[in-house]
Design a binder for this molecule. Structure first.
Ligand code: MRU
Length: 347
């Protein structure tokens, strides 16, 4: 597995790998202000639900550590308003609000000085990062128990080490399997329009020495029809209480096609992405992004008439009934999801 951290707190600084520059350039950015953190998330320099949560947690700390507030009440207000600002960077991945809420709630019940509270916020951000690494490793082990040697695996977007603290969610079993000689044959959808599959998944898997074949999104059906895919593995940005899961646009179509060919469809969901306050997928806000991503962003010249009408939803929702099993860090969840997800979250 590659030794690259997408978010790190080192030498007292919040450093992210700018994922918009991959695969061509490994450029690191230091984030110092709340605006740095907000735009890093909004512009996808750091992306992937768990990585967004980790960056936001460290971001809340770095953006408030120089606060001149002397009284706790004043400091809490400052942290709360910074958290509200950061929360608006992107709407779909629940980890963003989840991580910010976790720090703010801890602060509200903290009994101590402002300087001790600042240290506490940093420690909480460190804990979130470490817990994510542990969760990913655990999802990797559970996920691997669903797979067999030599399988063909189709994945979408990037739910790998770049999207998390380490290992990834749906890519974690591929890394753990590689160490055990599983020799998976992975198909990575390019994942239009932002190309997380080709720029990030193909990058990290090939760099790690895993057999990966890049395909256009529109080729996934053909690859499944050819009999080359034994399992589809994807991540999740927010799973509702009934098991409907929002993930990168195109995920739902894969689940529909997988069902047609009787291919198991596994969604990898750390419990930090499980939102029991959202009843169903219809209640998940889907981010709409700039249409330039569709026809300008990666091209030297516009690939559509200038000013064309566009529709660019960044995520879609896969209904629970199309998900064969949900892999969490606490175990594999099978239907009935409403009951079993609630139980696993409470474990
Ligand atoms: O827009 P992105 O790149 O942040 O979308 C990322 C995804 O959809 C991932 O699959 C999801 O966040 C899970 S990452 C472990």
């Amino acid at each position: 597995m590659i030794d690259i951290a997408s978010v790190e707190f080192k030498n007292n600084e919040l450093v992210i790998l700018d994922q918009t520059r991959l695969p061509g350039e490994e450029k690191y950015l230091t984030l110092e202000t709340k605006e740095d953190v907000y735009f890093a998330i909004k512009k996808l320099r750091v992306r992937g639900a768990p990585a967004i949560g980790i960056a936001a947690a460290f971001g809340l700390y770095v953006a408030t550590r120089d606060s001149e507030a002397e009284k706790m009440g004043e400091f809490i207000e400052e942290v709360e308003s910074t958290a509200e600002y950061l929360r608006k960077a992107r709407p779909t991945a629940v980890n963003l609000g989840w991580a910010l809420d976790r720090l703010v709630e801890k602060l509200r019940s903290f009994d101590g000085s402002v300087s001790a509270a600042k240290k506490m916020l940093l420690q909480e951000a460190r804990d979130i990062r470490q817990e994510d690494e542990d969760a990913c490793r655990s999802m990797g082990e559970y996920g691997l128990s669903l797979l067999s040697k030599g399988m063909g695996i189709l994945t979408h977007c990037n739910a790998g080490t770049l999207a998390t603290a380490k290992y990834g969610t749906s890519l974690a079993p591929l890394y753990l399997g590689q160490d055990k000689g599983y020799n998976f044959k992975v198909f990575a959808d390019e994942t239009r329009p932002v190309l997380q599959g080709s720029r990030l998944t193909a990058f990290e898997l090939s760099k790690a020495g895993i057999d990966v074949t890049l395909i256009c999104d529109s080729m996934a059906n053909q690859v499944m029809k050819n009999g080359w895919v034994d399992a589809v593995v994807v991540g999740c940005d927010r799973m509702a209480a009934n098991g409907d899961g929002a993930n990168k646009i195109g995920t739902n179509a894969l689940a529909i096609v997988a069902k047609e060919y009787n291919i198991p469809f596994y969604m990898f969901v750390p419990t930090s992405s499980l939102d029991l306050d959202t009843p169903t997928g219809d209640d998940i806000e889907i981010e709409l992004r700039d249409g330039d991503e569709i026809y300008k962003m990666w091209y030297e010249k516009p690939m559509a008439p200038e000013g064309i009408k566009t529709y660019n939803p960044s995520f879609d929702v896969t209904p629970a009934e199309l998900i064969t099993a949900i892999v969490t860090e606490k175990g594999i969840v099978r239907p009935p999801y409403a009951e079993n997800l609630k139980a696993i979250k409470e474990l």
